[in-house]
Design a protein around this ligand. Structure first.
Ligand SMILES: [Zn+2]
Length: 190
């Protein structure tokens, strides 16, 4: 066998499972991703348990900072939308589904009124939670008011950071068009 020698084990860090893949070929870099909500770290074969725990905590912090909180799945997103609707829209916005979409690259969110489905760009996962909330409130408000007229503006203004989030996202779009910014990734530099 000439395949890469690696072993897989599952450990617990701060009460949560972490899959560790030790690779003989890997020298220094450690990379992390998530498999069905479980953190998976690829590490050099000789990495100590203490090092692994340190990296596991750092990766988990980065992943949850992406705004989705914890697993960051569609279920959590739907629950978040329900909470925002109750808090700012008197619960009147009742989406049938709220999901993350990796296809949605040019828009932050979209709402299909007929099916009452909301899709949020996965790119928002890396942004502050209050920005994600603002996009959610915007899309939820479209279930009540399709256009962007005065009634719609009154609805989204109930969320206190609407204007701030709009400015934040406008800044992100501007930077993407004008600067050569590489997208951030949850990987150590290699
Ligand atoms: Zn809109």
């Amino acid at each position: 066998m000439t395949a890469e020698r690696q072993s897989e084990e599952r450990i617990t860090v701060d009460g949560a499972d972490v899959i560790i893949i030790r690779s003989a070929r890997r020298r220094r870099t450690i990379s992390g991703d998530q498999v069905r909500g479980v953190l998976r770290l690829r590490v050099p074969a000789r990495t100590s348990r203490r090092e692994i725990e340190k990296h596991a905590r750092a990766f988990r912090k980065r992943l949850s900072a992406r705004g989705s909180g914890g697993a960051g799945g569609d279920h959590a997103l739907a629950e978040r939308a329900r909470r925002l609707s109750a808090e700012y829209l008197d619960g009147e916005a009742e989406p049938a589904s709220v999901t993350w979409s990796a296809q949605q690259l040019r828009r932050w969110g979209s709402t299909t009124s007929a099916s009452r489905t909301i899709r949020l760009s996965s790119r928002l996962k890396e942004m502050p939670g209050w920005v994600v909330d603002s996009v959610l409130v915007h899309e939820l408000a479209h279930l009540i008011e399709p256009g962007h007229g005065p009634a719609f503006v009154r609805l989204v203004a109930k969320y206190p950071r609407t204007a701030e989030a709009d400015a934040f996202l406008a800044g992100v779009s501007w930077a993407e068009q004008h600067l050569d910014a590489a997208p951030t990734q949850a990987h150590s530099p290699s």
